[in-house]
Design a protein around this ligand. Structure first.
Ligand code: CP
Ligand code: NVA
Length: 297
């Protein structure tokens, strides 16, 4: 997330707004070009929104399941990056280790876009910033509260908040805080915002404009599910927590959601139109990301 600047984000958000109003505005941007989409983990939203977006930009997507190419096992990242760069105009990759993505970026002659790693999920957050701006007509000065696991979502959210001048409060169980390096990077990028990391959900949610949550068990952590569900039980977005937030606050969820775990069905239903708007916006925001990045490396 920190590879783009504050200006880049606002440029992407403006572009996303134009593309949402007119989906075929740049219908020949990727004409005769292909984008590789590499997936080592499951995906509904990211994969489909990228594929649809690439189609609407006039290009072709090539989906490659990780077990077809086995980065680092069948061949090394350097060779894969060099070879793919000679075929496609961009590489989108969802994998486990962030290093695999940065190595691919180092050796690739075309832009590499992180479609989720264990550490970050920047495309999700760019799109979420777009959704928040659509609803509040601004970002600067808002307070976002993230309740749940100190995971990839919250890392990118921290950087996104810093780059757009939003205050951010994070409540996680003490065993699962966000990585300190992301908290410190956000502070460094924007010393003016308030950043709070706590173990008390109601402290984080107090006066928040946006409540945000994500699954308690991320992809790859399935073996920890039983233990995590027990520890995370007090970190649910429910009526009681919502009551301490700002009167006109909204609830966001990147999805997939596990109702009655991180969010009650009641709250999900109350905010479902916003949560589905949030999911739809992945399409518009990622088209804007492609427009901004493809052809720049
Ligand atoms: N929110 C999100 O990235 O969804 P998928 O895992 O289905 O792509
Ligand atoms: N934290 C979740 C996000 C899913 C979009 C995961 O990594 O599985």
């Amino acid at each position: 997330m920190a590879d783009i600047s504050s200006n880049d984000i606002f440029e992407i958000l403006d572009l996303a707004k134009k593309l949402k109003a007119k989906p075929l505005l740049k219908a020949s941007f990727l004409k005769n070009q292909s984008i590789a989409l590499i997936f080592a983990k499951p995906s509904l939203r990211t994969r489909v929104s990228f594929e649809v977006g690439i189609t609407q930009l006039g290009g072709k997507s090539i989906v490659i399941k990780m077990d077809e190419i086995n980065v680092g096992i069948r061949e090394n990242v350097e060779d894969i990056a060099n070879v793919l760069s000679r075929y496609v105009s961009g590489i989108v990759i969802r994998t486990y280790e962030q290093k695999q993505i940065s190595d691919l970026g180092k050796y690739s002659a075309v832009p590499v876009i992180n479609a989720l790693s264990n550490e970050e999920h920047p495309c999700q957050i760019v799109s979420d910033l777009f959704t928040i701006k659509e609803i509040f007509s601004k970002l600067s000065g808002l307070k976002i509260a993230y309740i749940g696991d100190g995971n990839n979502i919250v890392h990118s959210l921290l950087i996104g908040a810093a780059l757009t001048n939003m205050d951010i409060s994070i409540a996680t169980p003490k065993q699962y805080p966000p990585e300190k390096s992301y908290v410190n990077l956000a502070k460094k990028l924007n010393p003016k915002i308030n950043i709070e990391v706590t173990n008390i959900p109601s402290d984080a949610a107090k006066n928040a404009n946006v409540l945000y949550t994500d699954v308690w068990v991320s992809m790859g952590q399935e073996k920890e599910a039983k233990q995590r569900k027990k520890i995370f039980a007090p970190y649910q977005i429910n009526d009681k927590l919502l009551s301490v937030a700002n009167k006109n606050s909204i609830v966001l969820h990147c999805l997939p959601a596990h109702k009655e775990q991180e969010i009650t069905s009641k709250i999900f239903d109350e905010f479902s139109s916003i949560i589905y708007q949030q999911a739809e916006n992945r399409l518009h925001a990622q088209k804007a990301i492609l427009l901004k990045l493809i052809g720049t490396k």
